[in-house]
Design a protein around this ligand. Structure first.
Ligand code: AMP
Ligand code: MG
Length: 406
């Protein structure tokens, strides 16, 4: 039986990021950027006015004999157009916000600091002295030609999409999303739309994992349930190997019908199949052909927890992320953990701020078949190997499931 750390290290050593593909900009949200984004232009591309007002020579704004200077208005420029003549000394041009600053002008005065006879006025009085560069947004003020603006490995968010749009990237190079086959196993498992019959339970794992896989950024392919026969498993696996990763649940402990290990041995190899943890000791890792296979336990809580600890980092590594693991924090365990377990124990807990401390409340019965122990859990308390308990009010390290990977 190997430790959680060794298992994770050995799994991740086998995983490499997937190749780059291009996706339309409007579909790029949440993908991982596969290349640095270097600006091929100055942004803004031309010096433009930050205000509605008048473009002028700043020295023409100085009062003359204590009187506001009066300038001849020679025309105007709206946003989206360019001036057809220059601003000469003693003149001004009307400019709108975003319009290119006309040649000759070195300053813009906002309309509120001027007086004229309205939009057609042929003269304007300048009521305040302005400095060179006033209200002018220079070319390249935001981004310069040749500047690295976004770094490969960034998870693309809405604000990055805005940057990519302004730089003219209709297609974005991203890491391809992994396709993840999800295979349930067990003669006792029926689908969610079936009424319960004697001896049968519904397939919760495949649906839980489908959602968790999608949340991790991959594309799930739920392949249903294989019966506890080698033939049925072979049939599912012939489809599953079209994927980048296969996740199974059940069939990896020591029972007579635990056949996932047999299939791995037959069609690939088993790297290991037990981890010193609870919930989730029977986790198998290996390959079917060249496709990595993560065989998770059948108990739903074990499947959920081992997916968080091993499956999610695998998907993130395939996606090109460099931060693979959830952050940990020291928390006060309000109710304590009295159950003594020899294996590493991951206790589901709800954590909130209380009196300036992160405070954990465990979620009740921690049996690996108790699905309600997942409800409201936003953290896993790490109780060390060797039968450790935690007194009420004692502290523990917690894996923060709703904090972003760091
Ligand atoms: P196994 O490892 O196949 O012996 O499964 C361990 C436990 O998990 C058994 O009680 C199974 O009935 C249960 N189990 C296996 N697969 C599923 C599933 N897809 N959904 C819900 N429970 C399952
Ligand atoms: Mg089974």
């Amino acid at each position: 039986m190997i430790s959680v750390e060794e298992a994770l290290e050995r799994i991740l050593a086998e995983i490499t990021p997937l190749p780059m593909i291009k996706v339309p900009l409007s579909k790029a949200l949440g993908h991982v950027l596969a290349e640095d984004v270097i600006s091929q232009e100055d942004i803004p591309p031309f010096a433009n006015s930050a205000m509605d007002g008048f473009a002028l020579l700043s020295r023409d704004s100085q009062p003359q004999d204590g009187q506001p200077p009066r300038l001849h208005v020679t025309g105007g420029v709206a946003a989206g157009y360019v001036a057809d003549h220059a601003v000469e000394p003693g003149t001004a041009m009307r400019v709108m916000t975003g319009a290119p600053v006309p040649p000759g002008a070195d300053s813009v005065i906002q309309v509120e600091l001027t007086r004229s006879e309205g939009p057609e006025s042929e003269w304007v009085e300048i009521l305040q002295e302005v400095a060179p560069g006033n209200n002018i947004r220079p070319a390249g003020e935001d981004m310069r030609y040749g500047q690295k603006v976004l770094t490969s490995g960034t998870e693309i968010g809405p604000w990055d999409i805005g940057i990519l749009a302004t730089l003219g990237w209709p297609q974005v190079p991203v890491i391809r999303q992994p396709r993840v086959a999800i295979v349930g196993t067990g003669d006792e498992i029926i689908d969610v739309d079936e009424p319960l019959r004697p001896g049968k339970i519904r397939n919760s794992n495949s649906y839980l994992l489908e959602a968790a896989v999608r949340k991790a950024g991959a594309e799930p392919n739920r392949l249903g349930i294989a019966l506890d026969t080698l033939e049925s498993l072979r049939e599912k696996f012939s489809e599953a190997i079209q994927s980048d990763l296969i996740i199974t649940t059940g069939g990896v402990s020591v029972g007579d019908f635990d056949l996932v290990k047999n299939i791995m041995a037959e069609q690939g190899e088993i790297e290991f199949w037990r981890i010193n943890m609870r919930p989730g000791k029977p986790v198998a890792f290996g390959h079917i052909g060249a496709i990595p296979l993560l065989g998770l336990p059948g108990n739903p809580v074990s499947a959920a927890v081992t997916f968080e600890l091993f499956g999610r980092p695998v998907i993130r590594k395939m996606l090109g992320h460099t931060h693979l693991l959830r952050p940990q924090a020291e928390v006060v365990v309000e109710d304590g953990v009295s159950e003594s377990v020899m294996r590493r124990h991951y206790v589901r807990a709800h954590i909130e701020w209380k009196n300036g401390r992160l405070t954990a409340y465990t979620t009740g019965n921690q049996g690996s078949n108790i699905m309600t122990s997942l409800l409201n859990a936003n953290a896993l308390l790490i109780v060390p190997e060797g039968g450790t308990t935690i007194q009420p009010g004692g502290t523990a390290q917690a894996i923060m499931l709703d904090w972003p990977e760091s």
